[in-house]
Design a protein around this ligand. Structure first.
Ligand SMILES: [Zn+2]
Ligand SMILES: [Zn+2]
Length: 163
């Protein structure tokens, strides 16, 4: 849980701000496990609620779509979001809300942002050679004896039938 008590800010006058340090170990962001979250967040009291902005460094393990190896993917989350004050009336524009107890939970916001930052098709390296389509060898770490000339998929089927 990454929650902060911002109740003093809720009662403060507009423009008042608070700086929060984030420094936590492994976190489960719903369906994503990140190794750590580190950074600084500024929370500013504005008319419509609290602006939460800051930069968080993190990393997680991803699986390369070409060679299927897992690798460390470091990334930076740029946060900039308004947290609506509770009881201020529903406004569908603002997804994030300051709790009735004056606390904010950053997990849903971080989770949203992680999904923006991680690649749809992660690659361990832009030049990843991937797996040999025939024997499955990881061509980044070994070479194999297969003939990797392009094989027409229709011919490949024939080859499998006769082989
Ligand atoms: Zn790879
Ligand atoms: Zn091979």
């Amino acid at each position: 849980m990454i929650r902060f008590d911002v109740s003093t800010l809720v009662k403060a006058r507009l423009g008042t701000s608070l700086t929060l340090d984030v420094n936590v170990g492994p976190q489960d962001l719903a369906d994503l496990e990140v190794d750590f979250l580190r950074g600084t967040i500024q929370v500013i009291r504005v008319q419509s609620g609290l602006v939460v902005q800051g930069t968080i460094e993190s990393q997680l393990m991803l699986e390369c779509v070409r060679c299927l190896e897992t690798f460390v993917f470091p990334f930076t989350l740029e946060l900039e979001e308004i947290f609506r004050l509770s009881g201020a009336g529903l406004n569908p524009e603002y997804v994030h809300v300051v709790g009735d107890d004056g606390w904010i939970n950053l997990i849903p916001l971080l989770r949203e942002q992680v999904w923006v930052d991680i690649p749809m098709k992660p690659l361990c390296d832009l030049n990843c050679k991937g797996l040999c389509p025939q024997c499955g060898a990881n061509l980044n770490i070994e070479s194999c004896a297969c003939d990797r000339a392009w094989i027409d998929p229709r011919l490949a089927v024939l080859k499998n039938l006769t082989g």
